[in-house]
Design a protein around this ligand. Structure first.
Ligand code: FAD
Length: 373
């Protein structure tokens, strides 16, 4: 059987990890990424430890980048009530700026072609073969993995239904330094119509990232006015901004963050990571899900490439079934739990649950997390 050509569209965590998994199993692939590494992304940069065994197995746990190790969780309500929990599994903190580049370099060292600065603008399938248009010319492939994140022009081109609805959420990220901030803690501070996460990444850098409703910013006229007039009502956030040394000239921000249901297979493309479905950021689990979906998809693609009895149809159905089994409930739970955030009454309830009903709080956290794999 001639070698099958595999193209992965998008070189974030899902795309790069898939290329590494396939390369380790002897299957070559090409990653097409529209940006140039290294680059910043809006992300809280806290990775659940459930991915550690798998990353170690692939040889790409980023030990040498010295990620922070996080095991404690602080939650505050809109008006500053506080709860503290120990995290069962915990996680590590690492900036996407260094993590994605590290994975890209590792993939390249395994023989993966990573085409940077190249955007895929169209994907067509003729029943046997895919034809891609890219800003660097046409490409052909037998298998395509869609790893292009939460929202891409390609979603429109593929007529994905969630693209017909606009999403009200805006994400904002800063890197800051603080004179003192615990090494092992992640904080989630509520404010009216939003929440803000803070945790260490590598070195002395601290990630401060928030999600809010577009109307919050519109009502105040600018991000900085909204921060001062809305977010600072939570004294924890006010103190952090007062003490912060900002490392970016201006924040990274993204619009149209959508948590709508998507499909894991679209036009015969296997969707992975956020392209298949995005969990609400408060769960701190999107990157772990991206990595897990990379593993699931790689296993099916591997079988398709090596076993003539494993048809495209079987690969698609098998992956879709695995994806739903692992993620459908987690995504739903994330959406429900997000309803407890961003309001005075509801965020006080969340803090009350964390303080007085620890088993319930731990149960809720477990609903959005997977087991180590
Ligand atoms: C505010 C906020 C905070 C978050 N905080 C956390 C957190 O603390 N922990 C956590 O686990 N998750 C968090 N997440 C979620 C996490 O960032 C995502 O789940 C994760 O990045 C998904 O990885 P991915 O590989 O699917 O997509 P991405 O990392 O977005 O990668 C997609 C890639 O595809 C490229 N691309 C897009 N279109 C094309 C195209 N047409 N051609 C070529 N390339 C293309 C993009 O440039 C990008 O590099 C957060 C998300 C938000 C919005």
């Amino acid at each position: 059987m001639p070698d099958k050509k595999v193209i992965i569209v998008g070189g974030g965590l899902a795309g790069l990890v898939t290329s590494i998994h396939l390369a380790k199993a002897g299957i070559g692939s090409e990653v097409v990424e529209k940006n140039q590494y290294p680059f910043h992304r809006v992300c809280g940069e806290y990775v659940s430890n459930e991915v550690v065994p798998y990353l170690r197995h692939l040889g790409c746990y980023p030990e040498q980048l010295k990620p922070s190790s996080i095991s404690r969780f602080q939650l505050t309500s809109v008006n500053g009530a506080e709860a503290n929990l120990q995290l069962d599994l915990g996680g590590f903190g690492i900036s996407r700026y260094v993590f994605d580049q590290f994975l890209q370099q590792y993939a390249t060292s395994l023989g993966v072609t990573v085409r940077q600065h190249t955007e895929v603008t169209d994907i067509r399938f003729d029943g046997r073969q895919f034809y891609l248009d890219t800003t660097a010319g046409p490409l052909e492939a037998d298998v395509i993995l869609g790893a292009f994140g939460k929202r891409s022009r390609l979603d429109k081109q593929l007529n994905r239904s969630f693209m017909t609805r606009s999403s009200p959420y805006v994400g904002v990220k800063y890197h800051i330094r603080l004179a003192s901030f615990p090494h092992d803690m992640i904080c989630l501070h509520n404010f009216q119509d939003g929440y803000c996460g803070i945790s260490r990444v590598e070195g002395e850098t601290i990630n401060l990232c928030y999600l809010t409703h577009r109307r919050n910013i519109k009502a105040k006229g600018s991000l900085s006015a909204m921060e001062k007039e809305v977010m600072f009502r939570n004294p924890f956030i006010h103190r952090l901004f007062d003490q912060a040394e900002h490392l970016f000239e201006k924040p990274e921000s993204i619009n149209e963050v959508s948590f709508e249901t998507k499909r894991p297979i679209e036009a015969h493309v296997l969707m992975i990571g956020d392209a298949a479905g995005m969990i609400t950021p408060l769960c701190g689990n999107g990157m772990a899900m991206a990595i897990r979906s990379a593993k699931l998809a790689s296993e099916h693609v591997l079988r398709f490439c090596t076993d003539t009895n494993y048809s495209r149809d079987k690969m698609e159905k098998g992956y879709a079934q695995d994806w739903r089994h692992h993620f459908a409930r987690r995504l739903w739970s994330g959406r429900q739990i997000q309803n407890l955030f961003g309001g005075v009454w509801s965020s006080n309830l969340a803090v009350g649950i964390a303080n007085h009903m620890k088993p319930v709080a731990e149960f809720l956290i477990r609903q959005t997390h997977g087991k180590p794999f």
